[in-house]
Design a protein around this ligand. Structure first.
Ligand code: HEC
Length: 142
């Protein structure tokens, strides 16, 4: 889709939000279906990224040993903790750094490459889908 000039120049600026305004859904209230399993795995990936992708990762040894949670506090659910509260509602979004409208997949890749020093592209689509499942969970259908 082509962007209008105004969209292309738009810079994301989020209004300040009180810490009490957003609360992630309680993961303990999930059932046992396949979506719930995906969300639990997504949380595990964000919390224990190095276990899967670190220097001795069980899936691949492609990152520097950091966990997403080192920067996205409490697996990205803590307000003001670099949380994922807005992700489901704002993506795809234009970012000046890349100069393109980024998808969530692109943004996750960006953190993998820039923050976790990911070495090479592997078949990590499934892992990313799981991480994204968690980030979109709780979003009300439009
Ligand atoms: C070294 C710190 C660091 C690590 C580790 C890290 N991130 Fe990030 N991440 C950031 C920063 C900083 C931002 C940008 C925050 C902003 O723009 O306000 C960000 C932004 C994001 C965003 C976009 C959030 C938004 O609201 O636009 C996503 C999604 C994301 N990270 C996912 C991940 C995932 C998944 C991992 C693990 C694979 C990860 N990050 C690891 C620092 C990190």
């Amino acid at each position: 889709m082509t962007e209008t000039p105004a969209e292309k120049d738009a810079v994301v600026s989020m209004p300040p939000v009180a810490a009490t305004e957003w609360k992630a859904p309680d993961i303990n209230l999930l059932g046992n279906d396949s979506v719930a399993a995906l969300i639990r795995y997504g949380k595990d990936l964000i919390t224990n990224t190095a276990r899967y992708l670190g220097p001795r990762g069980s899936v691949a040894a492609i990152t520097n040993g950091m966990n997403c949670q080192n920067c996205h506090i409490e697996a990205g659910i803590k307000p003001y903790g670099n949380c994922f509260s807005a992700v489901a509602s704002i993506y795809p979004v234009f970012r000046p750094r890349s100069g393109i409208k980024e998808s969530v997949e692109f943004r996750v890749n960006d953190c993998l490459q820039r923050s976790l020093n990911e070495k090479k592209a592997i078949e990590k689509k499934t892992l990313k889908n799981k991480a994204e499942g968690k980030q979109t969970w709780g979003k009300k259908p439009k």
